[in-house]
Design a protein around this ligand. Sequence first.
Ligand code: SF4
Length: 371
Amino acid sequence: MIESKPQIERVFIEKSSSLYPLSEKVLNNLGDIPQQEVDDEEEVREYLRLVKDPIGKGKKMLLLKSFKGDFIKPCPCTPHYLGCNYFIINADLNCPMDCSYCILQHYLDNPVLTVHVNTQDLWAELDRFLKTNKDRFLRIGTGELGDSLALDHLTERSRELISYFRDRPRANLELKTKTTHIQNVMSEKPAENIVIAWSLNSEKMAAAEETLAPPVRDRIEAARQVQSRGFRVAFHWDPLILYPGWEQGYSEVIEQLSSKIDPCRIAWISLGSLRFPKPLKSLIRKRFPSTRIIYQEMVNGKDGKFRYFKPLRIKLYQKVVERLITHIGDKVPLYFCMESKEIWKKVLNKEPGSKEEVEYFLSLLPRFDAD
Ligand code: SF4
């Protein structure tokens, strides 16, 4: 299993944030690379405006700053489709990997890798948030506006988050990644409410479209190790992509998954298919001229995003679900990310009426009889 660490070329430190313990930790872990103090984030934006590919360059630059907004937000999901009531922790932003389809290229207004160093404010906000929601089950994670473990060798954030949530069993913390950076996770004691999740694709799509991300077999091996340590794992098959040979490509990964992972300890598997808003299409064309994935026939969805025609999505999902059930059984909860109720019904034969029902469905534990 190859563990490649991102190459950071320069670190910017917001003047008012240099004394935070997390700033010191990251700088120590980074070692000897150029550092530059800045008054604020705008200075970094200015710096990146001058380069040819600000998004690509931003993946090699790191900004340490304190965050003044709300750390915890409901996942924006997408209008007119069924969500899952997920909450996002805005701890670190952006990602050093470079997937052609990545929505962050369009979604975030600053492409620099950003670590929010005012961790005390995060814990205080989490305390308040969990207290307000103390009577309900929650799913919350750091992997929506970045990759949960890509910068973990610098921040060691996974260790603190796992420690924090271990004593708060009504909240399920999910750390979602494409990396094999599991060293810090492996050094922590597992807990039932901590889920380590991997985004998967076929090997062919990973190699072609997920620049700098490890091969899928390495991600599955990392998941195997984390599961052997005692953690529950999860998988996100998103975006599923239609390409010549997709059935074979996805079947192979599912077979690999079933040979290495115990389904009884899979918390959930989500499925989603390629989608993107119009402005992202132009960006992908510009940044990834050799990709073919944006040239298939697509329909403009109710949320303004291009996606495959419904019959094609249904076929894609049905095939993947059928292979999953054949190989890992029918006990692992499968759900859709940003899909319609009609697709839920046609593919999973489930009819959740609301995101709260999806949340409840994902909270039902344990699902396996002890035998
Ligand atoms: S790993 Fe995730 S966050 Fe990182 S570039 Fe790929 S899609 Fe974006």
